[in-house]
Design a protein. Structure first.
Length: 708
């Protein structure tokens, strides 16, 4: 819940900006409304089966639907291996059951318009289902099988692991996502289950046995709560669950459920360099409270006044009065079973980063020094109470809330208790909790933005630079350390390659233009696209590709780059940009790489012989940015293939590009066909119709490198 609220609040303020121009009451705010009708909790039956399963049965006959939500204790805080619970929560459902594999489950549910889903969170795993009343006797027995006999099919484990790798590869692309991730590390500690991140090696180390172990240890009826909502007879539903899950037994002795230790608060000023963004994203905060803390009602009102909306103090100062950002604010987002955190945030121009941060800090100090106004308190209470009704606008929402309260040991009417306490919060209460729980000297501050912002932040103290480089997976093949002999052999072989391709003409090449086609193999089948482009060595290029959806353009300019389609243009993420620049120099038969070698910028190491796709080759290893790249030289001293780790939609992969049909282009031999292999499968085939060397570029070559 806390993650969802935080993301929603950030999306509202960062994506849509603000419309308010002053904190002055507007006409609609002067309207008077009658008190809200009291919230009525629907009648429900609470039943405990003989094996310990707790059932909450909410009969609701308005529409012929049935929804089921189950919570089983055991989540990421309980896992033995990093990523174990996440993988478990995914494959629990996708892996099918002993009686029906995952694909057949998909087909069956799609046919009748039903669903069964699963996922794991911090403390529990959820299995949920939705169905028409008429399909109850088909779907609930299948739903029960995911508790009693999940299959954890290996192919679905592999697919889920591929998705996890893909998520790792893209985790630094979206600035708000990475900012929140790194900020939570500052609050809870990078190794805490509440904050730690999954790496490629963690994914590689997960096995089916790990999922079975997690299942046998934590999936047990005496730690399972199930809420059923919809059009049914409670007695009949109880009988169904007794029949389907009553015989489910606890497989092992009850495990210990230990909460992670949370470190003490400490001040830090941190920066992440990300040059592919236009604004600086700022987050600051420290530990907060549990939801059931006696002081939480007052803290709730404090955070609403300080940063909870367009009329909040932080928003008015940062956005309305100073015009530093479209959005700014903050919340204390509680957790059910451990301390939540205070979050304050904004996104601003690089040059106003320090001023925006200082403005937020000033507002945090001010709210500790004097009581809030009557108007502020009324607005905060009205905002909470008016939104309160939406938490109870469906029986399903009420059932899920009651289920959650039971899971964490809260009173079932906790929200009504909280509502009553918030109604009684005073200005004095807010001042007291502000002094008690807000600590400027213990704030963790994080700024994410362009390089120059780091120097600006130094006026506020020592700046800790956070490295968000994604850890490469441990290589499966150990490359021998280079020796003087292997380097001499490698360099001699590359000199033979230079001679074979045309060293004299290669040294004259400044740019290379091309036209041709690219055929891609996709899940939707193969399709072919026309492409043309110009490469300006060593690190600039402009490509145009005619896709089925329209023309796509890619521009690379050294340390920056972007892609465009139609009227949409976006920067290429830094991680992908580095990969693209490397591709420039190792594509089209590697003229860029060979030019660097001829200029003495690169050394090669000979590591042996190998047959590739039926062709005998000698294998060289060169290192670019400390990453090894294998180059295969055929018996004609031409580059036959290049193998290197590349980012893909499935995470980093060792892909091999094989060159063929070398032809002479004004004294320089270039390949006219290349195929990219993922293992034995051809993923991409590029066929060049024409190469042109050293086309006339405008005096300002940037012209040809811009999307018009």
């Amino acid at each position: 819940m806390k993650k969802l609220l935080f993301l929603i609040s950030l999306l509202i303020f960062f994506s849509f900006g603000a419309l308010a121009e002053s904190s002055k009451p507007r006409n609609f705010e002067k309207l008077k409304f009658p008190p809200l009708n009291p919230i009525k909790t629907p009648n429900y039956e609470k039943v405990t089966l003989a094996n310990g399963i707790k059932l909450f049965l909410f009969e609701d006959n308005e529409i012929p639907l049935i929804k089921i939500t189950a919570m089983v204790k055991g989540g990421t805080i309980n896992e033995d291996k990093v990523g174990q619970a996440e993988l478990f929560g995914t494959v629990l459902r996708t892996g099918g059951t002993n009686s029906m594999d995952g694909d057949k489950v998909d087909e069956f549910l799609e046919k009748i318009g039903a669903s069964i889903e699963s996922y794991s969170s911090d403390s529990y795993t959820t299995i949920s289902s939705s169905m028409l009343k008429e399909n109850r006797d088909e779907v609930i027995p299948l739903f029960a099988q995911f508790f009693r006999s999940p299959l954890f099919a290996q192919d679905k484990i592999d697919l889920a692991k591929t998705k996890m790798r893909s998520e790792i590869s893209r985790r630094n692309d979206e600035v708000m996502s990475l900012s929140r991730r790194e900020f939570i590390k500052l609050i809870y500690g990078a190794d805490s289950p509440y904050a730690r991140q999954i790496e490629y090696d963690d994914v590689d180390n997960l096995t089916r046995e790990d999922l079975l172990y997690f299942y046998n240890k934590y999936f047990r009826p005496d730690e399972t709560l199930i809420a059923v909502v919809g059009d049914f007879n409670p007695s009949e539903m109880k009988a169904i669950f007794e029949r389907e899950l009553g015989g489910w037994k606890n497989p092992t002795p009850k495990p210990q459920y230990l909460l992670p230790k949370i470190p003490d608060m400490k001040h830090s000023l941190n920066f992440i360099e990300k040059n592919d963004v236009e604004q600086t994203t700022i987050l600051l905060g420290h530990l907060g409270l549990r939801l059931d803390d006696p002081d939480y009602p007052a803290i709730n009102m404090l955070s609403e006044i300080l940063g909870g909306g367009m009329a909040s103090r932080i928003f008015v100062q940062v956005r309305t009065l100073k015009g530093l950002a479209y959005g700014a604010g903050g919340y204390m987002i509680p957790a059910y079973d451990h301390n939540g955190a205070f979050y304050f945030y904004t996104s601003t121009k690089p040059e106003s980063s320090v001023e925006a941060l200082k403005t937020i800090l000033d507002e945090i100090r001010k709210i500790k020094s004097e009581p809030v106004t009557d108007e502020e308190l009324k607005r905060a209470k009205d905002g909470y109470l008016n939104g309160f009704a939406f938490e109870f606008d469906s029986t399903d929402k009420i059932a899920r809330r009651i289920l959650t309260y039971n899971f964490y040991g809260y009173p079932e009417k906790f929200n009504e208790i909280l509502k009553s306490k918030i109604e009684n919060v005073t200005k004095e209460d807010i001042l007291n909790v502000a002094k008690k729980y807000l600590f400027e000297d213990k704030l963790s501050i994080l700024a994410v933005g362009k390089k120059e912002v780091q120097n600006d932040l130094k006026v506020l103290g020592n700046v800790n630079l956070i490295d968000i480089t994604i850890k490469e997976p441990t290589p499966k093949e150990v490359i021998p350390e280079p020796t003087e002999e292997s380097l001499n052999q490698g360099n001699l072989l590359l000199k033979s390659v230079l001679k074979a391709v045309g060293e004299v003409e290669l040294k004259k090449v400044k740019n290379l233009s091309l036209e041709g086609t690219v055929e891609l193999k996709t899940p939707m089948g193969p399709f072919s696209m026309n492409q043309k482009g110009v490469v300006v060595f060593p690190d600039k290029a402009h490509f145009e590709i005619q896709t089925p959806m329209g023309k796509m353009e890619q521009v690379l300019k050294g340390k920056e780059g972007y892609m465009a389609m139609g009227d949409k243009k976006r920067p290429i993420p830094e991680s992908q940009l580095t990969d693209n620049i490397t591709s420039l120099n190792f594509s089209f038969g590697c003229p860029g790489f060979l030019k660097d070698f001829a200029d003495g910028k690169i050394k090669a190491q000979l590591i042996g012989d190998r047959e590739i796709k039926g062709v005998k080759t000698k294998v060289l290893v060169v290192r670019v940015d400390d990453k090894p790249i294998k180059i295969y030289i055929d018996q004609n001293n031409l580059i036959y293939a290049v193998q290197r780790k590349q980012n893909s939609e499935e995470g980093p992969k060792e892909l091999m590009e094989v060159f063929s049909e070398y032809k002479d282009v004004k004294g320089l031999k270039l390949p006219f066909v290349s195929k990219t292999y993922d293992g034995d499968e051809v993923k991409e085939t590029s066929t060049i119709k024409t190469y042109t060397l050293n086309i006339d570029l405008p005096e300002n070559e940037e012209t040809i490198l811009n999307v018009k």
